[in-house]
Design a protein around this ligand. Structure first.
Ligand SMILES: [Ca+2]
Ligand SMILES: [Ca+2]
Length: 220
């Protein structure tokens, strides 16, 4: 199934720092996530579930005055963002509000502060403290588990249960080529550096199974 992903490691590259990191600091569940389906394709499949990789565009608004604090269409060169659903990499309200969503579907998701940016708000966007936020999300693709062990096995050519930079780079090259998007060597070097910066936690130049497997935390 990993083949459906297109690019497994896009995830590593584009789990955006800042905005998407676990901002739902407040644990108490005050209020609920409200979901309004703005558009649902006739053929609505596959439907997203926990652990899926989703490619989305989203706009963020403050509920109190409707002002926009984020737009993925203008940010980051306007590329849709890759997110993994339900593992705490995005704000809780979106982890909850984007379940059962299919490619082509658009939703308006209203998230109370406790499930969004909490008491602190978020300075850089900016979102004030205790703000209810509204996201308009459009899903482009939904695919199964981005970091499958099958994908790991495919990358780990020498089978030492550890990924070197060369192994990751070769894998990326093949993936991009298969997608009809060959890139220059320097592009892959940059992506690999980024992947290792974010995932090689013990800085030994290898990505271990433990470092790769983001689901471990999730299943505790
Ligand atoms: Ca290896
Ligand atoms: Ca490592």
């Amino acid at each position: 199934m990993w083949r459906l992903l297109g690019c497994t490691f896009c995830l590593f590259v584009s789990l955006q720092p800042g905005f998407w990191r676990g901002w739902a600091a407040a644990e108490e569940l005050e209020g609920e996530v409200k979901i309004e389906v703005l558009f649902k394709p006739l053929h609505c499949s596959p439907k997203s579930k926990k652990g899926d990789l989703m490619n989305i565009h989203y706009d963020g608004f403050l509920a109190k005055d409707g002002s926009q604090f984020y737009c993925s269409r203008t940010d980051k060169d306007g590329h849709p963002q890759w997110v993994v659903l339900g593992i705490g990499r995005i704000i809780k309200g979106l982890d909850m509000g984007m379940v059962d969503m299919c490619p082509g579907e658009r939703r308006k998701i209203t998230v109370p502060p406790a499930l969004a940016f909490g008491e602190q708000g978020k300075g850089s966007e900016p979102v004030p403290p205790n703000a209810t936020v509204i996201f308009e999300v459009e899903a482009f693709s939904v695919s199964r588990g981005p970091r499958s062990m099958e994908a790991f096995g495919n990358m780990d050519v020498d089978n030492d249960k550890s990924l070197s930079k060369d192994e990751v780079k070769e894998y990326l090259k093949v993936e991009y080529k298969r997608e009809g998007k060959p890139r220059e060597e320097s592009f892959f070097d940059k992506v690999v550096e980024d992947i290792f910066r974010k995932n090689d936690n013990d800085r030994n130049g290898q990505i271990s199974v433990k470092e790769y497997n983001i689901y471990r935390h999730d299943e505790l």
